[in-house]
Design a protein around this ligand. Sequence first.
Ligand SMILES: [Cu+2]
Length: 294
Amino acid sequence: MRLTSSLLAVLAALSTLPAAAQEGLEIVGKPEQGKMGFQPAATELARDLQWLDGMINVIIIAIVLFVTALLALAAVRYNRRANATPAKFTHNSPLEIAWTIIPIVILVFIGAFSLPILFKQQEIPEGDINIKVTGYQWYWGYEYTDHEFAFDSYMIGSPATGGDNRLTPEVEEQLVEAGYSRDEFLLATDTAVVVPVGKTVVMTVTGADVIHSWTIPAFGVKQDAVPGRLAQLWFEAEKEGVYFGQCSELCGQAHAYMPITVKVVSEEAYQQWLDGAIEDYAGTPRARQVAAAE
Ligand SMILES: [Cu+2]
């Protein structure tokens, strides 16, 4: 039993070799211990989101301070001791019009900024690279549709890689082998989505069994993977590096063990990886693709 599991581990470690071809990539998109706020934005979409969050936060803080001040004023000036005989009037039309109109103006102001940002996310551009991602219980499958090859992506330390979803010394070894450290346990996968920097990537997202959700926080993208439906998201990563995400729709017992790893690499490294992947995963060779396009 032990022998088979260590054999599996070795096989899994070997199978990560093509994906680990991009050495020296900085780990950029990752949650940090004890930190608050967003991960560093790596796309225009994420920058927009984070700016919008900051802007709305200012409005929220202003409203909270204003309402708190009104409450304090009412409590101090109009309590029974300070104001023994209260006024008996019930209506104040100018005031009522003001507290109806002002919130509408605030909401329209917010909408004027948030809707364009929402549309930018949801209007899917023509992709330089098209990838179909399918959520399974409990891993992700990726299909590079332009080159007709597909592979699955399992968490390092998951049963498929010879582990049992716990951080053991063997799993730590596998992580190091694949270019990560024990800190990336629960985030790093055996194979990764590899995309070139500065190119438009369109991902078509679906689920095979239950609803999952594909996300990379640093890219500002998150899309539910619904069985029987195709949804799309897009991003254009601006900085080379490794980015992590996790399934974001509660999908069953091993929901916590189906992370997402995206490697953003130079165009050159991407072409190199693509050649290897077409070879490894029996994709359509480029020559034949060009011929088919003509
Ligand atoms: Cu899931």
